[in-house]
Design a protein around this ligand. Structure first.
Ligand code: GRF
Length: 197
């Protein structure tokens, strides 16, 4: 199974996945990392793993459909089976959704459907919930609304600050995402419906 990771920023989830794939037997490889931001730190992390990188910006295109068509061409050229969003800060549009139904997954730092959107950790912290967590889900046309694949809870202790909660959430993400990808890759091994091969 060939995976494309899409990320806009730091890339700690990408690194956790790449690291796990080096240590464990996973019948999948990260074919490349794509970023819509030229200076995203994730691109530096990918270089460290000798994983190819691509970047271009929606600003280079007439509209979102044209940007996504360019991405789609890249995915087809690279024979990508699964698209993994890891801090990719854009909404996936119809062009990619219809080309990759149930083949685009995302990680979100809350227990969806609670606290969707850009500030899942802070919103949960400010609300005062005692348990939040991490969700991995398929992408659909909504924001953080697609079918849920996996979740883990993270408790918010009375002494937690927003910063300590962020650390706990990221640790939970880094444990969960690689394991879920491994499970998907293992189940794809026997999926004869794989659409490229
Ligand atoms: C993560 O918290 C993820 O849940 C959210 O964006 C953040 C990305 O972090 N979608 P990183 O770039 O992987 O460090």
């Amino acid at each position: 199974m060939r995976i494309a990771v899409l990320a806009s920023g730091n890339g700690s989830n990408f690194e956790a996945i790449a690291d796990f794939f080096q240590r464990e037997h996973v019948p999948a490889e990260i074919a490349f990392v794509f970023s819509d931001k030229k200076n995203a730190f994730v691109l530096k992390r990918a270089e460290k793993f000798a994983i190819p990188t691509f970047h271009f910006s929606p600003k280079d295109f007439a509209n979102k459909a044209a940007y996504e068509a360019a991405l789609l061409t890249l995915f087809q050229q690279e024979k990508i089976d699964l698209i993994v969003l890891a801090g990719y800060m854009r909404i996936i549009g119809g062009t990619l959704l219809s080309a990759f139904p149930k083949k685009i997954i995302n990680i979100h730092p809350s227990l969806l459907p609670a606290f969707p959107g850009l500030h899942g950790i802070k919103d949960a912290y400010d609300y005062g919930v005692k348990v939040t967590g991490v969700t991995i889900h398929y992408i659909d046309a909504g924001v953080d609304t697609g079918p849920i694949i996996a979740q883990v809870p993270v408790c918010i202790a009375p002494e937690d600050s927003l910063e300590s909660l962020e650390m706990k959430i990221h640790q939970a993400e880094h444990r969960l995402y690689p394991k879920v990808l491994k499970e998907i890759a293992l189940s794809q091994e026997i999926d004869l419906g794989n659409h490229w091969h």
